[in-house]
Design a protein around this ligand. Structure first.
Ligand SMILES: [Mg+2]
Length: 359
């Protein structure tokens, strides 16, 4: 089988209601989608964070076998944002060619229903943001989610007040993570961390910029809470020091940023060898969500235990039709669990009308 064509689509979905993390307001959601065709009539879909260049398409893709993921991965190492989308599309093709879902190609699933955490609780332009956050968090618990994640990093006063309010709203039985999106320096991250630790946090995500390994170690030593991060890192070398120097308790590679299945398996192996937990980041379209489900299904519990720490899927609760409408069959959370797609490849059918509508 040979690759005959590569198409790219830059999708934009304008939000009805903007929201903010610690770094800025989001008004539009985007996705860089890749469609790869073959002479066998099989088409694969992927999502990255940039699109492959015309020369990469000509040199590394057209005429090549879609099975040669390692070789193509090495050849496209110069643009990992684009490689991520290409690699996902190649695995989609391989799965369709062999009539197997990707999780089987990766060695089999440890779970076919993945417990999810409701990822939301952003800052919004509301007269009473605290009440709005409490109402939103309560909805997630009522919908059956075992865990929620809230945005912090807006300053100590905002963070302490709203973390307290959300913990009150969700009660003691729900896992609760917070995410500062790299909005603090080390001193502020520790100061705020000490003030919110009493609310039984499951993890404290990206307190500081991703590449400050020494800073992550200082925070991890200062605070009695799991530290998470790494969602923006690209390629295994970017993760190396953070993992090997134990800057993190939880590493969060994003399959559409870090390099696709081929690279993420290597990152997961490095994390495993260093006893660092992998909980993938997910913030994208239906394609990225499906890819994340297949990969996460294949990550073993570590350590194996009668009651292991759950492998929680990041389930984006914000409004985004690129996630809710791009696949013919939407991927939903039911009672806090998301099923891994069972059809060959990624197991989704891309809706071309929706694709064209937002392209
Ligand atoms: Mg995050």
């Amino acid at each position: 089988m040979k690759i005959t064509d590569v198409k790219t689509y830059n999708l934009r979905y304008p939000l009805l209601e903007p929201f903010a993390n610690s770094r800025g307001w989001t008004k539009t959601r985007t996705a860089s989608v890749v469609e790869i065709s073959t002479d066998a009539g099989i088409t694969g879909w992927g999502e990255g964070i940039s699109t492959p260049s015309a020369s990469a398409i000509q040199t590394h893709l057209i005429g090549q076998s879609p099975f040669e993921t390692e070789r193509i991965s090495e050849a496209m190492r110069g643009n990992i944002g684009a490689l991520s989308g290409v690699d996902i599309a190649l695995w989609d093709i391989i799965g369709k060619a062999l009539d197997m879902p990707i999780y089987q190609l990766l060695g089999g699933a440890f779970r076919l229903k993945i417990p999810a955490y409701a990822s939301g609780l952003f800052k919004k332009d509301k007269p009473d943001i605290t009440q709005a956050l409490m109402d939103e968090a309560k909805r997630y618990v009522d919908a059956g989610f075992p865990a929620v994640k809230m945005k912090i990093g807006f300053g100590k006063a905002y963070d302490v007040k709203n973390v307290a309010a959300v913990r009150h709203a969700i009660g003691d039985g729900t896992l609760f993570a917070v995410d500062a999106n790299c909005g603090y320096d080390v001193g502020t991250a520790i100061d705020v961390g000490q003030k919110i630790l009493g609310y039984d946090l499951f993890w404290y995500e990206e307190p500081i910029t991703s590449d400050d390994v020494a800073g992550y170690r200082e925070i991890r030593n200062a605070l009695n809470v799991r530290i998470a991060g790494g969602e923006m890192l690209q390629g295994r070398w970017a993760f190396r020091d953070l993992i090997q120097k134990r800057g993190l308790d939880i590493v969060q590679p994003d399959i559409s940023i870090a390099g696709g299945f081929t690279e993420c398996r290597k990152i997961a192996a490095m994390a495993s060898a260093n006893y660092v937990r992998v909980l993938p980041h997910m913030w994208g379209s239906s394609i990225r969500l499906a890819a994340t489900l297949h990969w996460q299904a294949t990550l073993p519990d570590a350590p194996q235990a009668l009651n292991p720490i759950p492998s929680l899927l990041e389930f984006d609760m914000t409004e985004n039709r690129l996630r809710t409408a791009l696949a013919q069959e939407p991927i939903n959370a039911v009672d806090g669990y998301v099923d891994v797609p069972q059809a060959p490849g990624l197991g989704i059918e891309v809706n071309r009308e929706v694709l064209q509508q937002y392209a």
